[in-house]
Write a protein that binds this ligand. Structure first.
Ligand code: DX5
Ligand code: ZN
Length: 229
């Protein structure tokens, strides 16, 4: 994975057909997705359950590019190797998931993955200040995690604070929750480069009719990139 700050659209398969993940991932990539975002939920850290490492491993051969695994689980550490073995390129843990995020991030990198730290809407940017040299990505949640299709919560000030904290380090700022063509410019202007979008990408399309995925991805990208023109 090479680093750049170009806008990357990462469709979240939480909004895809759960009976057809492989074909959904391939369709999203064929329609212009940069990364594929994979939401793992445990029914404990968040009030919803999705799937675990076996499903990630099954999805992996259907993704040509970056598999971005968002762990909404607690505890995290015992499962890091399993998700790394499953082929995650980026493995993101929540700072709120336990008392030892530093150890978790060390373990993620030791397992050969890029390390991400995610912040819930109620967690300030300052919480990750001492982790800047240990992460490859900071994920700013713009909804309370657990479900797709929720209303965007404005975290612009937090994104700007993180962008300045990151400086010239090769660290991505990812935004997750309620991203669509209306909200994408706000987060891009504040300094985000990876935009996760579930419902706004998968709406109106299907594996049999994937063209709407492409229209949706292009609309989000154009809106995000438009702030610079
Ligand atoms: C929420 C997940 C998100 C979710 C985003 O807990 O982490 O990745 O899929 O869905 P939308 O884009 O519909 O808000
Ligand atoms: Zn997510």
């Amino acid at each position: 994975m090479t680093f750049d700050r170009a806008i990357k659209i990462a469709p979240s398969i939480l909004a895809a057909d759960f009976a057809n993940f492989g074909a959904e991932c391939a369709a999203a990539e064929a329609q212009g997705a940069d990364w594929i975002h994979v939401d793992v939920m445990d029914g404990h850290f968040v009030p919803n359950i999705t799937f675990g490492p076996a499903t990630c491993a099954a999805i992996r051969p259907h993704i040509k590019g970056v598999m971005d695994v968002h762990l909404m689980i607690s505890p995290v550490d015992a499962y890091i190797d399993a998700f790394a073995q499953a082929g995650a390129d980026v493995l993101t843990a929540h700072i709120e998931a336990g008392p030892h995020i530093h150890r978790t991030l060390q373990a993620i990198r030791a397992a050969g993955c890029k390390a991400g730290v995610a912040l819930n809407p109620g967690t300030p940017a300052s919480a990750v200040e001492d982790l800047m040299d240990m992460v490859d990505l900071v994920c700013v949640m713009t909804v309370n995690p657990g479900f797709g299709g929720q209303k965007f919560i404005d975290m612009t000030a937090k994104i700007k604070a993180l962008r300045s904290m990151i400086g010239d380090r090769p660290v991505h700022i990812e935004i997750d929750g309620g991203v669509d063509p209306a909200t994408a410019p706000l987060v891009a202007q504040a300094g985000a480069d990876v935009l996760v979008a579930g419902s706004a990408v998968f709406k109106g399309g299907s594996v049999q009719n994937p063209a709407p995925y492409g229209d949706n991805i292009r609309a989000i990208r154009a809106a995000a990139e438009g702030v610079w023109t």
